[in-house]
Design a protein around this ligand. Sequence first.
Ligand SMILES: Nc1ncnc2c1ncn2[C@@H]1O[C@H](COP(=O)(O)OP(=O)(O)OP(=O)(O)O)[C@@H](O)[C@H]1O
Ligand SMILES: [Mg+2]
Length: 372
Amino acid sequence: MSASAPGEAAAPSGIRFDRVTVAYGGTVVLDRLDLTVEPGEVMALLGPSGSGKTTALRAVAGFVRPAAGRVFLGGRDVTDLPPHQRGIGMVVQSYALFPHLKVKDNVAFGLKAHRTPKAEIPGRVTEALELVGMAAYADRHPRELSGGQQQRVAIARALAIRPGVLLLDEPLSALDARLRSGMLAELARLHRELPDVSILYVTHDQVEALTLADRIAVMDRSRLQDCGTPEELYRRPRTEFTASFVGNANLLPVTVTGDGTVDLDGRPLAVPTDTAAPGASATLCVRPHLVGLGDGPNALTGSVTEVQWRGSTHRVHADVDGHRVLADLRELREPPAIGDPVTLHFATEDAVLLPAGAEDPARANDTAGVGP
Ligand SMILES: Nc1ncnc2c1ncn2[C@@H]1O[C@H](COP(=O)(O)OP(=O)(O)OP(=O)(O)O)[C@@H](O)[C@H]1O
Ligand SMILES: [Mg+2]
């Protein structure tokens, strides 16, 4: 499958939000979003429910008009263009298939609207349906399909027009776990076959974001909090929210005591302090897999509160003066028992200092769980 058929103009690729603000009834739900998705890039928009992800997508599609700011597609300002003139494919949370049309006619619908030559349509429909494993269902009506199958038809319909920009709003949320991982692999393969298409992929599932995305834009409370490659966000989160939403994090309240030193309840620790001034309160972030067992630099002594076997690692939970510290330990011959004293340590370069949290800790716990 090529990005565009012979004779068909390539659809514009690349998205730019320029301080896009959206308000409903005076309430701002998207606050001055600045974000660029490069041609051919997969950008995940990751964030909790209500953070403004769907709103951002609808602003690109043209279904919602920004109160301020501009939207660009392929370098062209499309803020004033109606949705059907933007050349994008979109898959929404609800399937939105036409109930009276067969599967193949649902997929053909967008092609007809795009004036694809009639003779090409059946081949393009089959190709799109094959991509999502639905070719055998071409003659059924949506009501004769499961929810997951309907969503796959919706994906086929969005792809059939070979858009330059593909907007996916939680496209896998209706699929069961096995289909979901199959579809993730399909989407990744599809992206390799369509290297010029920009994909903006809305999800609140960090595994989907980490698997598919070249970069992740983290949204919270109507605002972009952070943006970077999965590795950058994981290694160098800028906020507590990112640290806990992308992967797991040990977050410890410290005070900066000097150049390269902080204090955790009277324990001196050596960490990079280039982001904070002496005397400042800060949050120390260390990823659980970078915490080692035994004595070493930055030793933390406490007691074991829980041990979980996770296949390739043991996750040891320790209580260090009332702070929970997680360590993901590999090749542990004799895991410690609950109640055992334990010493953990981490290297200076593996620690990141974050601005002291305005975050609600209960919320951070809700989102912790999966990821590297
Ligand atoms: N048509 C609308 N009228 C009024 N408020 C709206 C409308 N659409 C969305 N909102 C509000 O805007 C905020 C952001 O909604 P949005 O749908 O963008 O969130 P989301 O990040 O996609 O969440 P979810 O993960 O639940 O889909 C929410 O508080 C929501 O209630
Ligand atoms: Mg949404």
